[in-house]
Design a protein around this ligand. Structure first.
Ligand SMILES: [Ca+2]
Ligand SMILES: [Ca+2]
Length: 165
């Protein structure tokens, strides 16, 4: 009879411990799901001319501001890619040629490591610099100035660009 009572008490403690651990586990799971739904599903679409590793910085903060990537100035988010240079480091204009010190990543290069970007002065200048032609997204038509067969011979193309990647 004593042995039966001891086993019953032991079982009671074990079950209490299992219940306690289960409750802690469930609370932890609920907290994790809550964090995931708040953070992990923020999807930032690629921005023209931005390397994928810096795309995450092109989001407005809670005050609808953008932080220039190098010099950390705060500007209104509406000034990103508005074709006017607002950041001294040129990072507010990744898709345009507005900033003299800006850079542009070809669409075919945005996932590559250690790739050299183009100076933004080559964006929409009429000359195809990216093998995919993504630097000439404005599609300015210069095709009539140099005949196509000459461009082919020189392996240098004018907008509208062929995709040579
Ligand atoms: Ca701007
Ligand atoms: Ca160009």
């Amino acid at each position: 009879m004593v042995s039966y009572c001891n086993r019953k008490i032991q079982l009671k403690y074990v079950l209490s411990g299992v219940c306690f651990v289960s409750v802690i586990f469930i609370i932890f799971q609920i907290k994790s799901i809550h964090e995931l739904t708040n953070k992990a599903f923020i999807c930032v679409p690629p921005i023209r001319g931005v390397h994928i590793k810096t795309t995450k910085f092109y989001l407005a903060d809670k005050n609808n501001k953008f932080t220039c990537l190098v010099e950390k100035e705060l500007i209104d988010f509406e000034k990103v890619n508005d074709d006017y240079c607002d950041c001294n480091d040129g990072t507010d204009e990744p898709s345009t040629d507005a900033c003299p010190n800006g850079v542009f990543y070809c669409e075919s290069d945005i996932y590559k490591r250690n790739v050299t970007p183009l100076p933004s002065s080559r964006v929409n200048d009429g000359i195809c610099d990216c093998c995919d032609g993504s630097d000439e997204w404005g599609k300015t038509n210069f095709a009539s100035s140099v005949p196509e067969h000459i461009q082919h011979l020189l392996d240098s193309y004018q907008s509208p660009c062929p995709n040579k990647c």
